[in-house]
Design a protein around this ligand. Structure first.
Ligand SMILES: Nc1ncnc2c1ncn2[C@@H]1O[C@H](COP(=O)(O)OP(=O)(O)OP(=O)(O)O)[C@@H](O)[C@H]1O
Ligand SMILES: [Mg+2]
Length: 327
């Protein structure tokens, strides 16, 4: 399969601060690819360079075979983009928003009419087509923006935080639409997110980005597998720690605010061993649980910190509100 996106040491600095640092990406045609990282990791800056909104400080990037620096028009005509910040005209109807976008791309009137019908159906908004966008819910607006990004038949669609600040149910609904249009439109999708679950459920491959650097890149399954087994969360007497380190199947132990996160192979058999040791040494276990690793665990292992999904969620809703107020 051919690569529709290739970057080579793509870098962007702002007054000496490196926001994107030597990023190498190869994204295949038709892929649903995710860029996962915390606030300020460099996700938007990366997409901005790939969509020619920002010039790279150094390094190169090709999108659909066009250079983002020297062939900006060709790149722009072959991509669609849904920005992190809402960018619909609230006073216009859904139809008018889409029609205006089609006009910008120089599409003839009858072609626009036909295409609007197709993309609006794809995001399940046919019944709302003549409604003013200011009467739309957050999820409906996001779906309309995705439809708008598809109007001119782009080969690549960039989605910058497609479900930012939306509730979990609406988020899942948007995932369904993204999967559907990735398949039916055969469009390569590159999305950014700081929601681990989003990257996990939606993306075929995920690049984990932190401080402008890609620190891991693989399928969600392989990333989770790299943890080395399942995770045992344990709250217990700290005296247990030196004993745990001697258990063969335990690969890693991370101490997080008094809770030990233990990666272990064959973890269900490790739990009875832990209980045994605790009993023999009269060390108390307060709680113990077993779970499959998540991308949060992967991020934690790679960086020693959490993406802080919940906190970010509240912050996002706050930011979204501020943004819509400022519009
Ligand atoms: N125009 C700019 N001028 C100066 N610094 C910038 C500019 N744009 C981004 N940055 C900085 O570059 C870093 C990366 O920002 P970016 O917006 O790419 O992050 P992000 O991963 O998209 O974060 P978020 O999840 O908050 O959207 C941040 O530290 C940000 O403050
Ligand atoms: Mg961003």
């Amino acid at each position: 399969m051919t690569n529709v996106i290739e970057t080579n040491k793509l870098t962007r600095k702002f007054n000496g601060f490196t926001a994107v640092d030597s990023v190498n990406l190869q994204i295949k045609e038709g892929e649903l690819f995710g860029l996962l990282g915390p606030n300020g990791a460099g996700k938007t800056t990366t997409l901005s360079m790939l969509s020619t909104i920002l010039k790279p400080t150094s390094g190169t990037a090709e999108v659909n075979g066009f250079d983002v620096d020297t062939q900006q028009d060709e790149v722009r005509n072959s991509i669609g983009i849904v920005f992190q910040d809402p960018s619909l005209d609230d006073e216009l109807t859904a139809y008018e928003n889409l029609d205006f976008h089609g006009m910008i791309y120089g599409m003839p009137a009858d072609e626009r009419k036909q295409r609007i019908k197709e993309v609006i159906e794809l995001v399940d908004l046919s019944e709302k087509i003549n409604m003013q966008v200011k009467k739309f819910s957050g999820g409906m607006k996001r779906r309309l923006e995705i439809a708008r990004g598809l109007i001119h038949h782009p080969k690549v669609l960039f989605l910058d935080e497609p479900t930012l600040g939306l509730d979990p149910q609406t988020r899942r609904n948007i995932w369904d639409h993204i999967i559907e249009m990735n398949k039916s439109e055969k469009v390569t999708v590159v999305l950014t997110t700081h929601y681990m679950e989003e990257a996990d459920s939606l993306c075929e491959r995920v690049a984990v980005i932190d401080h402008g650097k890609i620190i891991a890149l693989d399928t969600p399954e392989k990333l989770k597998h790299s943890i080395g087994g399942d995770i045992i969360s344990l709250e217990a007497d700290p005296g247990l720690l030196p004993h745990l380190k001697k258990i063969k199947n335990i690969k890693k132990i991370k101490n997080m605010n008094g809770e030990m996160n233990i990666s272990a192979e064959d973890a269900e058999h490790v739990i009875p061993i832990i209980f045994d040791i605790a009993q023999k040494n009269k060390l108390e276990i307060h709680s113990i649980s077993l779970r499959h690793p998540t991308l949060e665990d992967v991020f934690l292992q790679l960086t020693g910190k959490s993406i802080r999904e919940e906190k970010a969620g509240v912050l996002d809703r706050f930011r979204t509100r501020i943004r819509s107020r400022n519009r």
